[in-house]
Design a binder for this molecule. Sequence first.
Ligand code: SF4
Length: 680
Amino acid sequence: YLYKPWQMKKTTTTCNYCGDGCQMYLETKDAEVIRVTSPLSWKNKWGDRSETAKGHGGLCVRGRFGFEYLDAKTRLTQPLVREGNQLVEKPWLDVMHQVVDRFAEIKQKHGADAIAGVITARCTNEELYLFQKLMRTVFGTNQLDSSARYGHLNFVCASKQAVGLGRTPNDWEDFTKAKAVLLIGSNITETNPLTAVRIKEAIRVYKAQVVTLDSAVTNMAKLASHPFLIKPGTEGLVIDGLVKAAIEQDLVDEETVGKHPKAFSALKSAVAGLSLEQLAMQTGLSADDFREIAGIFAEAPRSIVICAEGIVRRPQGYQNVLKLHDLAWITGKLGKPGCGVNTLTEEANEQGAVDMGAAPEFLPGQARFDDPAARDRFAKAWDGSLPAAQSGASLMEILRRCKSGQIKALYVIGENPLATLPASVEVRAALERLELLVVQDPFLTDTARHAHVVLPACTYAEKDGTFTNLEGRVLRVRQAMEPVGESLPDWHIMTALASGLGAQWDYQSPNDIQAEIMKLLPGYYNLGQPRKVVPQPDHYLANGYSAEVATRYRPAPASADSKRPFALMMGQVLVHSGKLSTEAPGLIKIAPNTGKLRMNMQDMERLGLNEGVKVRLTSERGSLQLGVQPDLSVAPGTCFFPEHFNEPPVKDLMTVSVDPATGVPAFKLTWVGIEPASRD
Ligand code: SF4
């Protein structure tokens, strides 16, 4: 390094890549980020590690080396306004006047529901809170959403339904001390590497039995006591088999199910028609595998489930999380300390986005938006009125309304739907129909290139606030550097916008916003401490469960046909979702975009393909050509492309299905044919 340690400013803050919430030192010199180090990566003189040093002082490659985007040359430094085909730099004051006038005009002419907003779950809690307040009380619409819609809301809604808790019930200590871990649909070492360390510790120190169920050979599968490869898209069927096996083998906890005999008998009837042999054929497991896994889970004194992208980002995600709760309930692992059904959050503050009410179905504190008492409370606190209880739209519906011309103005903060969603969603057409597209982002994203106005926003390193990690810990984000160029923190821009539109907002700093949140959600800011609760399923089991469970065990799995025999999966590799990491050259050096389809060696040999040879990949959505490369983690009959690279546009081959219960779009798995390109 060019500088001595004492010449640099060292700021303790929270990593903003994944939901693990690792603490880090951002070391800066003036406006330059020099390095990231890890607080207390050593034991103190008593041999203890700091409570706040999440990951025991460890950081993964993203946290440690993925900081270069913070002061990258590609950062936006000034507001931009569209003039013809060009985006032209303009002064802040002029641009804000223009934005305020345009929003006000559109609202006056077409009504509040001509406006919608979408925000990234990488903003701070304070910004997410302000965003939903702006949309609801200043614009007057409930058409708002965050990137938690891409999967986490499937978990939140199902867990809330089952046990009344919209987040993971267990913390890292529970993960470490679990005796049985059922890891389903999760590449945990890539998506949440420091949570993966806890599972590794559970294996090493507590001799936990770890069952992995995935359609790829994950790194965790190599360490697990019971690694199982399943056919792609059959996660729901696997859970069916486990519930069936637990009942068939009498692994149920009599005391637990005895409290709700009607609910248990409804569940038994729901799975009565399932056959383990049939499920075995569909999933790639054997009937005995189902029995063995159910036995491991039921018989361990502390068992946890961790379900991630293979469940929450796939079709039937909401139902599959409920089915995992069924499994945990009948085996006595729901409502028992140290046990429960958990998920992993991909972005730093997905949990905070839901907790702060940045979703049409929730007010802050996850109060239902249509709950009259909650509506009253918030309307009073905000000294205004809320949009109608049944109004509102989540991400996919917002985009549909933009495309139909119903929504005229869209406010996008830190999100990039054009790059994230497949072409079949027609995001481009939706954006082109808008009269006003305002994008607020640190970078000129694909979506921003279509905007009428682009507002330069700060990254987490330039602002104060908090994130809520996957355990429910609220962690401090501290300003480590001055804003790049004329960029401003998102909370600052939103406050100016609200004030311009006539709201009496007087927030001078994130502390003022925090003070308001504290009043409305007492106890939320338990900084650093997970809010340990043991959620109980009693309310759900006594109310409506029996009717609901009767329809739950009728899965319709995606299946290959002879023309499209390969499962094409998109997912994360170590560099993450790509929204920020593709702007960090250090990460791209470690995991570059080869532009190639990753295939199993056996399949490549069978098709006569050598590395680098071009193939034509055809799904029901279209086809494209790209090279291939062998990958040991890819199972036979499947192929993989990292989701964070859009070149070539493999995501456009994906079919999108929207979860009917939660509006979560699933677009990470489809069926394709692969043939050498020369045969075209
Ligand atoms: Fe950041 Fe997640 Fe890595 Fe921790 S595990 S350093 S929070 S990306």
